[in-house]
Design a protein around this ligand. Structure first.
Ligand code: G4P
Length: 539
């Protein structure tokens, strides 16, 4: 039964859902994610002069009330959510930390996104980090848009970049915009779908303002004269080749995550950014229906539902609060509304939720499907928890991702074992750490082992153990990097796991995993030990 509570009229809800786009940018460090983010915010009018995101980065030492570690290192430990408007669309850009601060959060953020923009450097193509993030999107069939950046600088041949992406990632590509060069100079992009040639003006603003441009049709008589014979002939040739040999445009295939629309541009000079943004907003899906234990929940269902995809502790050191980031899946959220916490069966009031604009927190009065709100939590919420205005439905769990680094936790004050256990339990529940033991009965034994997806996650753990639980520890890295949870006869698991270059660990639930030091040893075992079943994450 629907109850008219804080609900908005159905037509308002439908319209708010239809105009929302929630996405994340996936890229390898240095491809230009910060620059592109800044430019998208510039076009959305959220910042007046691009450059302020970066300068704010520098100013943060003085002003930030976020984690001390973040200040000490001058890097962003947490991913934030940026909301901006553009031509009637409400856009949520979920930031995925990509440098040393790469962690499980980076992966989990993709679960909260409805589409992803894969940003590539035109000289480097697909790099390692991009590939890992791409795989997560692919598994979830998330629509992926490709933006080839830095076209203002000579890079690989455009056709080669596209065919490399196809071969490397096993996804079909359809270039929607195509770069136009005059010699080595990047002068514009041609939108094949809309037959719009955008020619850019180099101005004196160095990308700090919107690019000024002239828009022509490729078939208009003046275009040939405007481009000059050689440039025009090359563009015609390229377009004909793409039409004949490339994959055709197919909106449905894009939405199924099988075809990636490709765009070319330069985030630094803004060239190609706005044509990309317009097409992206048109082609990317609005918030999608999500599967739950009670069937599919449409975003336009009037009952509020959402799930926690990330928990951030101690964003404000003056309060020991934690912020749970909730992705809204259906219905309207109104400040002060009461929701059910499905796992515990308790109800509570969402009284002081916040939205995030770059580094600033803003109190939020209402929010819609696709939006992310930060809910102050006193330790009740966990990653993957569902909040629902009514009923007991639960959304499919937010997946765990296998750690890539492992270290022994050595307690510097042996009397603090209890505090260490409490701290590790809390960090595990939040999804900030994964804890392992060297024997199934050793839970709370002498040396727990922690696993992390990125190295910085270790520093964050140590910092938090010390500052929140008063426990000082040292970490001893261990060699294994490739964990596989394994199901089968215990004697077999022990025989295989005790060989050189491998070790056996048990996770917090007592499930065994074998940790391999190299991919060669891993492959050897996977090929031969067919009596055992191996899983990349806890089964
Ligand atoms: P990231 O967040 O993905 O790590 O990349 P970021 O935006 O910080 O960009 C990495 C470097 O690439 C920066 O140069 C940035 O200016 C440059 N860059 C980004 N987009 C473009 C582009 O379209 N064309 C060109 N030519 N360069 C681009 P840097 O020298 O490391 O930093 P800075 O001194 O410019 O800040």
């Amino acid at each position: 039964m629907f109850r008219a509570m804080s609900t908005a009229p159905q037509s308002t809800l439908d319209a708010e859902v239809a105009r929302r786009r929630t996405f994340a940018i996936i890229s390898h460090p240095d491809a230009g994610k910060t620059t592109l983010t800044e430019k998208l915010l510039l076009y959305g009018g959220a910042i007046h002069l691009a450059g302020s995101v970066k300068s704010r980065r520098a100013a943060r030492h003085a002003t930030s009330d976020w984690m001390k570690l973040e200040q000490e290192r001058g890097i962003s430990v947490t991913s934030s959510v940026m909301q901006f408007e553009y031509e009637g669309f409400a856009i949520n850009l979920l930031d995925t930390p990509g440098h040393e601060d790469f962690s499980e959060d980076t992966y989990r953020t993709l679960v909260a996104a409805d589409s992803a923009v894969m940003l590539l450097d035109n000289r480097k193509g697909v790099e390692e980090r991009t590939r890992q993030l791409f795989e997560v999107c692919k598994k979830r069939r998330t629509p992926i848009f490709t933006f080839v950046n830095k076209c203002d600088r000579v890079g690989e041949e455009s056709l080669k970049i596209v065919s490399d992406v196809e071969a490397d990632l096993g996804i079909m590509c359809h270039p929607v915009t195509w770069p136009v060069f005059d010699g080595n100079a990047f002068i514009g992009v041609y939108d094949r779908r809309l037959d719009r040639l955008h020619l850019f003006d180099r101005d004196e603003h160095h990308g700090s303002r919107r690019a000024t441009e002239e828009v022509l049709s490729l078939n208009a008589p003046e275009t040939r004269a405007r481009l000059g014979e050689a440039v025009y002939a090359q563009l015609r040739h390229d377009v004909e080749l793409l039409d004949e040999a490339g994959h055709p445009f197919d909106r449905e295939a894009i939405l199924r995550g099988e075809l990636s629309p490709v765009f070319f541009g330069s985030a630094l000079t803004n060239f190609g950014v706005e044509p990309f943004l317009r097409e992206f907003l048109d082609l990317a899906p609005p918030p999608l229906a999500r599967e739950s234990s009670a069937g599919t929940i449409a975003p336009t269902d009037t009952r509020f539902t959402g799930f926690v995809f990330k928990i951030q502790a101690n964003m404000d050191p003056r309060h020991r609060d934690r912020i749970a980031f909730v992705r809204i899946c259906s219905g309207k959220f109104t400040a002060g509304m009461e929701v059910g916490h499905v796992r515990s069966g308790k109800r509570f009031r969402l009284s002081t939720p916040q939205q995030f604009m770059a580094r600033e927190r803003i109190a939020v009065e209402e929010a819609w499907p696709g939006d992310v709100i930060g809910v102050v939590d006193r330790g009740t919420l966990r990653i993957g928890d569902t909040l629902a205005e009514e009923g007991t439905l639960e959304f499919g769990g937010v997946p765990r991702f296998p750690p890539e680094h492992f270290a022994r936790v050595v307690l510097l004050d042996p009397m603090k074992r209890k505090q260490l256990d409490a701290g590790l339990r809390q960090l595990t529940e939040e999804g900030a750490a994964q804890v392992f033991f060297t024997s199934p009965t050793e839970v709370a034994g002498p040396t727990p082992i922690i696993g992390a997806v990125g190295m910085l996650q270790f520093d964050v753990m140590l910092h938090r153990l010390e500052h929140e639980y008063g426990v000082r520890c040292r970490l001893e890295k261990i060699g294994g990097r490739y964990p596989r949870w394994v199901v089968g006869p215990t004697a077999e698991i022990e025989r295989i796991g005790r060989e050189r270059g491998r070790s056996i660990l048990y996770d917090a639930t007592g499930a065994p995993l074998i940790l391999f030091e190299d991919t060669w040893g891993l492959k050897w075992v996977l090929d031969r030990e067919t009596a055992l079943t191996f899983y990349e994450a806890a089964p």
